[in-house]
Design a protein around this ligand. Structure first.
Ligand SMILES: [Zn+2]
Length: 500
């Protein structure tokens, strides 16, 4: 990532320009503290300012996080780093804990991305201004800081949740970085229960605009009874990770440009993974202004973008779950696919630990690949061929835990998925778009996309012509697809005179 020049950065700082929040951090050499551009503190002198493209870069240069503007609350713009998909993928893997065990795993991380370790370091330096290990450490510290500030979790649990090996190490890092013990950073009025059953609530910021209504509509149309509830403007679902189960509830706080997420889960070490899933599902990492601006360069698409500013590309909560939904959705309506998913969950899903469910209607977690792979018969009313596809998918997912993780290039990821019987080009592209968060994935053969393109251009394109048309939408074709689907839904409801 290239930072704007110093003068421009300084002007952003002077005007407390929120458009730079998450993109720009300023280190003040006279105080040793780094801030978000929106910090309410008095603006430092120009000659005392150093500018960074990430919190990790500021910390690696020796600056401490500001306690007023709280850099940990800046919107995290993983997919904005779309200039380098490799960096986005690496960041997703780091969030999954790829570097939590030891620093030596940078090599393993690079290997998973299909590049050399030196190349990965160079990319990180270029786009984030910091090494992969520094990025991982900064994330740990900032996540711990957020838990201290926003929750009443006991410090030992904060340390565990943020991935610190020991409470001693946690105390050392905080003393060094903030010059005070973690407990001193806790807000005096920090409220809430510390019981895991009643949940821990965190705020996750995004860059506005955010089309929350479209997101909820998308989730509502696909909500699986027993697993998800969409009502009263909020989304709740069960969570199953490594044999543990619980739930999350997500609400929108437009005034604070954030989502409020309540996690009820017995194992705090899973919190970063749960937060990462919420971010992915709700597409919180998008620099939506940049994406909308790019797509608006297409004069025919522009009015549709203007109609739905901040439309997000929903991600998959879990790779396997998403892939199963994609297979169940082959050649049937969304409503039918949803019914099939409900049968699958009722017959094969595991019961959720009820004390961690936010609502008694949340009864099951989505079945794990192993359960489906081992099942003698998959009890879902659908053609035998599709049942075979589900079984093969489950077998592939149980033998390769990284099947739905970013790996190599998008072409390689798609080729790997297409090796599974029953997964064709459409399904593979759809999985890449939703589960792997490939911002450039584009399932061009999708009937809804073709209808949407007809609504935009006035005539239905062929698949090859739509593919050519999509070239100018790169590297954000997933978002163009989302707008085309929305245009398709709108044109259907118009022609039927039904709900808008
Ligand atoms: Zn500040």
């Amino acid at each position: 990532m290239e930072l704007p020049d110093r003068d421009m950065c300084y002007r952003a700082l002077q005007s407390r320009d929120a458009r730079f929040d998450g993109l720009l951090f300023v280190g003040v050499t006279s105080t040793g503290i780094y801030c978000r551009p929106v910090c309410p503190a008095r603006t430092a002198k120009f000659e005392h300012c150093r500018f960074f493209g990430s919190a990790a870069a500021a910390q690696e240069a020796g600056f401490r996080p500001c306690l007023r503007c709280r850099p940990e609350t800046a919107p995290e713009l993983a997919s904005w780093r779309g200039t380098s998909n490799t960096v986005s993928r690496a960041l997703a893997l780091i969030t999954d804990g790829a570097l939590d065990k030891d620093a030596g795993s940078v090599e393993a991380l690079a290997e998973r991305l299909g590049i050399g370790e030196r190349h990965l370091r160079r990319l990180f330096l270029q786009h984030l201004g910091a090494s992969p290990v520094a990025v991982a450490q900064t994330r740990r510290v900032l996540f711990a800081k957020q838990l201290i500030h926003e929750t009443a979790m006991p410090m030992t649990e904060v340390a565990l949740a943020a991935g610190f090996g020991s409470i001693r190490r946690f105390n050392e890092v905080f003393l060094k970085l903030f010059r005070r013990a973690p407990t001193e950073l806790r807000r005096k009025n920090s409220s809430g229960s510390s019981k895991r059953e009643s949940g821990v609530t965190l705020r996750l910021r995004y860059r506005p605009p955010y089309d929350w209504d479209s997101m909820l509509e998308y989730l509502q149309a696909r909500a699986i009874t027993g697993i998800e509830i969409v009502e009263n403007g909020s989304y709740a679902r069960t969570v199953g990770i490594e044999g543990f189960s619980g739930s999350v509830q997500v609400r929108h706080s437009p005034a604070r440009q954030s989502l409020s997420v309540t996690i009820r889960f017995p194992r705090v070490q899973s919190f970063p993974a749960i937060v990462a899933r919420v971010r992915r599902l709700f597409d919180l990492g998008a620099d939506i202004e940049t994406i909308d601006a790019h797509l608006s360069l297409d004069p025919r698409l522009a009015p549709f973008i203007a109609c739905r500013p901040g439309l997000r590309a929903p991600g998959g909560w879990d790779g396997f779950e998403l892939a199963v939904r994609a297979i169940l959705g082959q050649q049937v309506s969304v409503a039918t696919a949803r019914k099939l998913a409900e049968q699958l969950v009722a017959n094969h899903g595991e019961r959720v630990a009820s004390e961690f469910a936010s609502d008694p209607r949340l009864t099951h977690v989505f079945p794990e690949p192993r359960r489906i792979a081992k099942a003698k018969f998959i009890e879902v009313k659908m053609p035998a061929a599709r049942r075979v596809a589900l079984k093969e998918l489950a077998e592939a997912a149980s033998s390769d835990p990284n099947l739905f993780r970013p790996f190599g290039t998008i072409e390689e990821a798609i080729a790997k998925l297409r090796n599974i019987r029953g997964i064709g080009e459409w399904t593979a592209q759809y999985i890449a778009l939703r589960a792997m968060r490939e911002t450039d994935a584009f399932p061009a053969t999708d009937a809804g996309l073709l209808r949407g393109a007809a609504a935009v251009d006035g005539a239905r394109p062929t698949v090859p012509s739509l593919l050519i048309r999509s070239e100018s939408w790169r590297p954000w074709r997933a978002y163009a697809a989302q707008h085309l689907w929305a245009a398709c839904a709108a044109s259907i409801s118009k022609s039927r005179g039904a709900y808008a």
